[in-house]
Design a protein around this ligand. Structure first.
Ligand code: FDA
Ligand code: NAD
Length: 434
């Protein structure tokens, strides 16, 4: 069987892989030294586009428009860029076996890839309703969204079912972003999720009330406090309805499910230390196995600011962790230097004309400030999280770039506060003064 050897192999060809490739090129990589192996058929791209502009009815984003690193304002790495740099992009190739002891990866077609240094960048996969035994969950017309192939199938269904009924299962990131894009595509949208409010992983009830109100004003129906327990389908196997645990039934021509992600670590089980569902790394993204690094969604790394190991499933960390690992690899070869990773968590989302950013940690007491009326012409509001008398997290809807920088500064510097009432009254002015 064919065997290839590379000095560096990145397994996974998503966001982290693309940013790692750019950093390798920046620090110096010789032709033939680096390979990226991806089960996707396309060069690394900015995955966040898939739940936003990719699904727009007009002016939709398409490749090559959103290859990395345009999402952070950087150079767009087209497939030709990899060729010019002598970086091998091995696409449509799934690694099915990894043997970290012999430094070998095996693809589904039996090819063997050997490496000196490995970067694991396999990201996450979707949690499926069939994983919990939900009846009828394999009917046609039920979609998940992780990769570009999923997005293409969804675009086809959205076009075929215009004017029809869509049910969104899940009230997290995918739920809120897809609820909006399906509504914009003229589908009659109902969202259903088990919690008392949307995005409970991050939102307070006050923040959520704004988005739920805004979505309701757009005609989106929201069913909370229950879950999908089964799906009905017609004689062609096409989904027709979602059955809820509370006994209700929602008609559906299209269903989109976003009930969470799961980091893809199975290839490495038992071979490398794990923690909090991810592959445990140090501040340089080195794993417990020599010459093996893990970055992006799969890495559980020391979050210095909070003296805690964390796993982060967001794009900013995927980019920065990838760059950090490559800096560390090159520094170990005597090229450049690297400091400990000191990450400030940064999450964001966009839907309709809304756009929010969050920095820091969402723990402790909270204060809400600003105009939280979903019917306002230009709603603008935010929230602070306060722990041990210091502001540790900040959220802002509709911030300008300067205002977003200001809340990031607050989350980083953790200024003390005397009075929560005063903080609520000062609102954004508090951050702008820091
Ligand atoms: P990523 O998932 O990007 O890449 C992993 C790659 O590895 C994929 O190409 C996969 O096919 C490949 N792979 C996996 N197993 C393999 C194997 N065995 N063999 C070969 N290849 C394999 N975040 C944010 O901050 N803001 C946002 O707006 C969004 N929006 C968003 C939308 C959608 C639809 C999704 C799914 C996710 C987001 N995210 C986000 C999250 C963000 O995209 C995510 O955290 C990063 O893409 C993680 O980057 P990674 O490189 O770790 O994984
Ligand atoms: P999520 O964790 O954000 O939300 C999952 C939601 O699923 C929960 O909030 C809950 O409402 C719901 N849920 C859980 N079990 C359920 C059940 N049995 N029935 C119905 N609902 C149930 O995950 P997601 O929205 O699926 O996103 C997947 C991944 O993609 C995550 O890693 C996320 O960070 C990433 N993503 C991020 C962004 C962003 O950062 N803007 C956008 C899209 C996707």
């Amino acid at each position: 069987m064919a065997e290839k050897h590379f000095k560096y192999v990145i397994v996974g060809g998503g966001v982290a892989a693309g940013y790692a490739a750019r950093e390798f090129a920046r620090l110096g990589v010789n032709p033939g030294e680096l390979a990226i192996i991806s089960k996707e058929a396309v060069a690394p791209y900015e995955r966040p586009a898939l739940s936003k502009a990719y699904l727009f009815p007009q002016g939709s984003a398409r490749l090559p428009g959103f290859h990395v690193c345009v999402g952070s304002g950087g150079e767009r790495l087209l497939p030709e860029w990899y060729t010019e740099k002598g970086i091998e992009l091995i696409l449509s190739t799934e690694i099915v076996k990894a043997d970290l002891a012999s430094k070998a990866l095996v693809s589904s077609s039996g090819e063997i890839f050997k490496y000196d240094t490995l970067i694991i960048a396999t990201g996450s996969t979707v949690i499926k309703l069939s994983d919990f035994g939900v009846k009828g969950a394999d009917a046609k017309g039920i979609f998940y969204l992780r990769e570009i192939d999923d997005a293409d199938q969804l675009v086809e269904a959205i076009q075929a079912k215009k004017g029809g009924k869509a049910v969104i299962v899940g009230g997290g990131y995918i739920g809120l972003e897809l609820g909006a894009t399906l509504q914009i595509n003229d589908l009659d949208v109902t969202m259903v999720y088990p919690e008392p409010w949307c995005m409970p992983r991050l939102f307070t009830s006050g923040i959520a009330a704004f988005y739920e109100g805004y979505y309701a004003n757009k005609g989106i129906k929201i069913v909370k406090g229950t879950v999908a327990v089964g799906f009905d389908s017609d004689s062609n196997g096409e989904v027709t309805a979602v059955n809820l645990k509370d006994g209700r039934t929602l008609e559906a021509d299209v269903v989109v499910v976003g009930v969470g992600g799961r980091p893809l670590t199975t290839l490495f089980k038992g071979q490398v230390d794990e923690e909090k569902g991810g592959i445990k790394t140090d501040a340089f993204f080195k794993t417990s196995v020599p010459d093996v690094y893990a970055v992006g969604d799969v890495a559980t790394f020391p979050l210095k600011l909070y003296s805690e190991l964390r796993r982060v499933e967001h794009v900013d960390h995927a980019r920065k962790s990838a760059e950090q690992a490559v800096k560390a690899i090159k520094a170990s070869e005597g090229v450049g230097s690297v400091e400990e990773y000191d990450y400030l968590p940064y999450f964001y989302s966009r839907a309709f004309n809304l756009s929010w950013q969050f920095y820091g940690d969402n723990v402790g007491e909270t204060v809400l400030f600003g105009d939280t009326d979903p019917a306002s012409a230009k709603p603008k509001f935010g929230s602070y999280w306060i722990k041990d008398g210091r502001v540790v997290g900040a959220f802002l809807e509709a911030g300008t770039p300067e205002e977003n920088q200001a809340i990031a500064r607050v989350a980083r510097l953790q200024p003390p506060v005397d009075s929560l009432d005063q903080l609520a009254a000062d609102g954004l002015a508090f951050a702008s003064k820091i």
